[in-house]
Design a protein around this ligand. Sequence first.
Ligand SMILES: Cc1ncc(COP(=O)(O)O)c(C=O)c1O
Length: 305
Amino acid sequence: MASAVSNSSRIYENVTELVGRTPLLKIEGHDVPGVEIWAKLEAYNPGRSVKDRPALRMIQEGIRNGKLRDKTILDATSGNTGIAYAWIGAALGYKVALAIPANVSDERKRILKSFNAEVHYSSEMDGSDGAILLARELYKKNPEKYFVPDQYNNPENPRAHALTTAEEIMEHMKDKITHFAATIGTSGTLMGTGKRIKELKPSVRVVALEPSQPFHGLEGLKHMASSIVPGIYNPKAYDQNIPIDTDEAYEWVKKLAQREGVLGGLSSGGAMAGCVQLAKQIKGGCIVTVFPDSGDKYLSTRVWE
Ligand SMILES: Cc1ncc(COP(=O)(O)O)c(C=O)c1O
């Protein structure tokens, strides 16, 4: 039974205060008896993705330690972190320059432009690693100009998740949760959230959901064996790895929309495909996962053709 619409509202003095405190939703349509699956809906952040959390923390840390003063924020990003830097830069008064693969969806490119970010495109053949190399080149040419948060190697990325994502999950799920499962890109979500959840409840099993092949079409995710491995990634920090099949992920994007009324991004479909595999392996339990973004940015991609 749906609850009544609340008539209370909150007030804020800066849009950055809206980051975090995203909803946790029970996903019903998976047909695995005895297992609950709950998803944290990160599309409810102001930049519409999970990456608002680490981007804000890395920028705030740069402001706090003085490294960002009078500089342009520069990083390599497959899209969502770039969107996060772009809107946070606009809100806090910093310029933003981004290196991204040329084949990211058109919606993303337009969103970045709308926040006035300067965009540099790397070859679509080189994936997210090409963007990393291009950002390094830009920095080398002009090191005085840039502040590089370096999301792949910055411990503030997982720390943002330890301090916010994990605490928010455990506030509601501490008694129930048996597994935490998350997709991996930089791996910040899995590393930070998983670590803190285990500190609060050591029995929880932490599961990495990783694309099963190098060319997977799941924007934002990394197949570690064929990628530049992020410095923050530690395979010892999780208990199990489940490979995600791209077709299954795309199927789940559609099922989530059509069975649950949740328009998730491609990696949300991937998260769900991985959680259902996990649910079938365990006899009973409660899996908590993260739906990293919403589906609006992928409406022109092949999943909806
Ligand atoms: C859509 C999407 N899903 C998942 C991820 C992976 O998150 P993380 O970088 O925390 O591993 C990202 C990262 O950019 C993303 O953009």
